[in-house]
Design a protein around this ligand. Structure first.
Ligand SMILES: [Zn+2]
Ligand SMILES: [Zn+2]
Length: 427
């Protein structure tokens, strides 16, 4: 309770909360603001995280909420997405819902490190920005393919493999043309589909990071929750799920537990335009209400609980918070986009990431090579080849010469062949 109050009223109580928490002997460490002792100094330890400025310790996990909202898009809150970074350098994306790539991009992590995606289920608010990562990373220098882990379905056509097959059909023109013009490997997607019914089954085990899945119950068979273990610490990513026995059994005693908590049904009627008959089923039958979320947390007793999947604003946050507090009085974050948790054996620290609206992709150590067009079927016909207007190409020749010299591209000059083709087509 005090922790949430500290967060909410940070500006007023920054100096009060730290001693309060210390006096209560709470394990969670809050960055409630440094202390000025003279006018000309910095105050360290503010309630902020600046992406790209902190190296993780070997025994440390950083979880960032890259999306916490709903399927109906809104500018300030993307749909479900949690990025987990580990002290060993591994980075795993759990769900990549609509709009979430805007946030991930703002963390300015080289795309070559953002290749592993774990989907809890196949609702678009959990995978709708797959296209942005796939194509955006490709154009911004990622040299490798993506890899997607996800559950099977009740029928083969409802599983993750079928979804990815369908996705690659959806982007067929995009994939064909980029493969020809850039390089093909980053357009490939590897799929690891596992049985959604597996209980605490290992789906990933690399360099000390272990990811297990348990079944979830949500709108139909297929969804799962993930349990992530590293250096003796455990993070649970619930995805979407109604209260279920597997979660109670396997998420117990974890460090950070992220579980959905839906707005109260009246707010879905008032603010989300849902008919009342849908509102009370959506929140409280195939999702989890505030009271049910609280009951689950009180049962499994995480070191820190995280509620997400609600529109986090003044109009709705406190009704949900009140519902949760009817049944749970432990450590709690009401998640919103770009909230960050650092987890170590000593404590859990919640902060907000400070992001720039105009983030650029940051280069990593790898570089894509030139296109490999030999042996590929052409992407242009005579029709398009007859349409180029050469004077505009000639107008940029001096600029192209300067670029060629600056980057030593003399052996990759595409112009002679292209101009020859233009001249031939003119005849
Ligand atoms: Zn869902
Ligand atoms: Zn959802």
């Amino acid at each position: 309770m005090q922790q949430t109050l500290c967060r909410k009223f940070f500006t007023l109580t920054a100096l009060l909360c730290a001693p309060l928490i210390a006096a209560l002997g709470m394990s969670t460490v809050y960055a409630a603001g440094g202390k000025y002792t003279s006018p000309n100094q910095v105050a360290p330890d503010r309630y902020v995280y600046y992406p790209g400025t902190e190296k993780l310790d070997r025994k440390e996990i950083r979880v960032t909420a890259c999306g916490t909202g709903m399927p109906a898009a809104r500018h300030g809150q993307a749909a479900a997405c949690f990025l987990i970074e580990f002290g060993n350098g591994d980075k795993l994306i759990f769900d990549i819902g609509t709009g979430s790539m805007d946030n991930i991009a703002a963390y300015m992590i080289p795309y070559e490190y953002l290749t592993k995606i774990f989907l809890t289920h196949l609702h678009t608010d959990h995978m709708g920005d797959l296209d942005s990562l796939w194509a955006g990373g490709w154009t911004a220098g990622r040299p490798t393919s993506l890899k997607i882990w996800g559950p099977s379905g009740l029928h083969p056509e409802l599983g993750t493999r079928a979804m990815v097959d369908g996705f690659l059909k959806f982007v067929a023109w995009d994939k064909e043309t980029r493969s020809f013009q850039i390089t093909p490997k980053p357009g490939e997607v590897d799929v690891v589909e596992f049985d959604y019914k597996g209980i605490n089954q290992v789906v990933y085990d690399e360099d000390g990071v272990v990811v297990r899945s348990i079944p979830a119950i949500h709108t139909g068979d297929g969804p799962v929750s993930y349990i992530v273990e590293y250096e003796g610490m455990r993070v649970v990513i619930g995805g979407d799920t109604a209260p279920n026995k597997w979660f109670i059994e396997h998420a117990v005693d974890s460090d950070l537990v992220v579980h959905e908590a839906f707005m109260v049904p009246g707010d879905f009627v008032a603010w989300y335009n849902q008919p009342p008959q849908l509102a009370w089923r959506a929140c409280c039958a195939f999702h989890t209400s505030g009271q049910a979320f609280g009951k689950i947390m009180s049962e499994i007793k995480p070191r820190h609980g995280v509620a997400y999947h609600f529109l986090n604003e003044e109009a709705t946050r406190y009704n949900l918070y009140g519902a949760i507090r009817e049944t749970y009085d432990g450590p709690l974050s009401m998640a919103t986009d770009n909230m960050v948790w650092n987890i170590t054996p000593e404590g859990i620290r919640e902060r907000m990431a400070v992001i720039t609206e105009e983030a650029w992709s940051v280069p990593g150590p790898s570089r894509q090579g030139p296109p490999e067009q030999e042996g590929r079927r052409p992407v242009f016909s005579q029709f398009s080849n007859s349409g180029y207007w050469k004077p505009a190409y000639e107008a940029q020749d001096d600029a192209m010469d300067r670029h060629m010299k600056q980057f030593n591209l003399q052996d990759q000059d595409w112009r002679p062949q292209m101009y020859q083709m233009m001249d031939r087509m003119q005849q």
